[in-house]
Design a protein around this ligand. Structure first.
Ligand SMILES: Cc1ncc(COP(=O)(O)O)c(C=O)c1O
Length: 389
């Protein structure tokens, strides 16, 4: 069935009573009751399908995981308490001391710090590679490389890399490919169908979509997810039933929301593209974007994130930021509300001019997560924020 139908119906569990609930209840319980030692034994040997303990599995969680798997076109998906819990659990499962992780240098800051400061302390080697180097992916894989981790589109410049080429090079070398698909969402980009082994997302963003859940997901083959599921039990970064319920509800409208995010963002990007107070617009849907051709080839929509360089540099960006009325000044992305953040004060805080240049980030940059409001209101808000007096 289609993605929208799957997201509404997949995973729903009517519950044990005579009258069946339409939606899956929140099983807000830490543990589950057994009738006998024999039942526990049968649970342990896999012949009795039951639940033991909510750090392992919980029916509300499994219902949401089945929806995520449907969205990602995956054999299996796992939910975590945050995007960072998902990334760290995946990397700590797949890497051991002496192995090397190759990671795009343009990557979410939390992922960079995890690899650079935490995993390196455990003896895991790391190599950060530029987008130019990733354009010939076979060349970045060395004898000790076990995983190549990357994003597309990338925060905040929305640069895109050739997902299929990276997946193919990894497969040929027997290396796991892992993508952070948070910015695109599975509605706009299907990495697993392009041959990527592991798709990660911060569910905090588009998947939940209402700015009221922190969560993360990993999707892939059953064979890859099984050991990651075991590590999740040990590290304990599993999602709780309440946010899993909210996430499953949010997922039902994911395709509708993302279609509107795409349309609103395109309208805003087109408006900003010719605005006198704007130096440059970064949106993969605009022909002027350096990776427009790649994005068109591998994405079915260009997403809700738009970035601009405001004329007047830092002062110009601060001024426009402070004048926004409808669009909220807040970090994060992917919710129904439009948000604006300044990369030099959030994701790229504290970087030197040289480091900013390498990341492609300017001091006059404003990042917009375009929400689901009426596009005319968003455009009017930006017009008054960027305007004269
Ligand atoms: C691209 C990307 N990946 C991962 C994360 C981390 O997700 P979380 O904040 O849910 O841990 C974020 C959070 O901003 C993100 O933007």
């Amino acid at each position: 069935m289609g993605q929208q139908t799957e997201l509404i119906h997949r995973g729903e569990r009517p519950g044990p009573t005579g009258s069946k609930a339409l939606t899956t209840p929140i099983y807000e319980t830490s543990t589950f009751v057994f009738e006998s030692a024999r039942d526990v034994e049968r649970y342990q040997d896999g012949s009795f399908p039951a639940y033991l303990y909510s750090r392992y599995e919980n029916p509300t969680l499994v219902a949401a995981e089945e929806k995520v798997a449907a969205a990602d076109g995956a054999e299996a998906s796992l939910l975590f308490s945050s995007g960072m819990a998902a990334t760290s659990t995946a990397l700590m499962t797949l890497l051991k001391a002496g192995d090397e992780v190759v990671c795009a240098s343009a990557i979410y800051g939390g992922t960079f710090h995890l690899i650079e400061h935490l995993l390196s302390g455990l003896g895991i080697a790391r190599r950060f590679v530029s987008l130019d180097e990733l354009a010939t992916p076979a060349g970045v894989i060395g004898p000790k490389t076990k995983i190549v981790w990357f994003e597309s589109p990338i925060n905040p410049t929305l640069r895109c890399v050739d997902v299929r080429a990276i997946a193919d090079a990894c497969r040929a070398a027997g290396v796991v490919s892992g993508i952070d698909n948070t910015f695109a969402s599975p509605v706009n980009q299907q990495p697993l169908a392009m041959g990527v082994d592991l798709s990660m997302q911060s569910a905090t963003k588009y998947l939940n979509g209402h700015s009221d859940v922190t969560g993360g997901v990993l999707s892939g083959s059953r064979a890859l997810m099984a050991p990651i599921g075991k590590t999740r039990r040990l590290l304990g970064g599993v999602m709780d039933p309440m946010p899993a319920y909210a996430l499953a509800r949010g997922l039902k409208t994911l395709p509708l929301r993302v279609a509107r995010h795409n349309a609103n963002a395109m309208a805003v990007a087109t408006f900003l593209d010719t605005h006198a107070a704007v130096e440059r617009v970064y949106y993969p849907g605009l022909a002027s974007h350096p990776d427009h051709v790649i994005a068109k080839r591998q994405m079915s929509g260009f997403g809700g994130m738009v970035c601009v360089d405001v004329k007047g540099g830092q002062a110009g960006a601060y001024r426009a930021f402070d004048r926004l009325k409808v669009i909220k000044r807040a970090a994060s992305l992917g919710g129904v509300e439009s948000l604006c953040s300044l990369p030099i004060l959030t994701s790229q805080y504290g970087l030197t001019d040289e480091e900013l240049r390498k990341a492609g980030v300017t001091r006059g940059m404003m990042r917009l997560s375009i929400g689901l409001e009426d596009p005319e209101d968003l455009i009017a808000d930006l017009e008054q924020a960027l305007g004269g007096s």
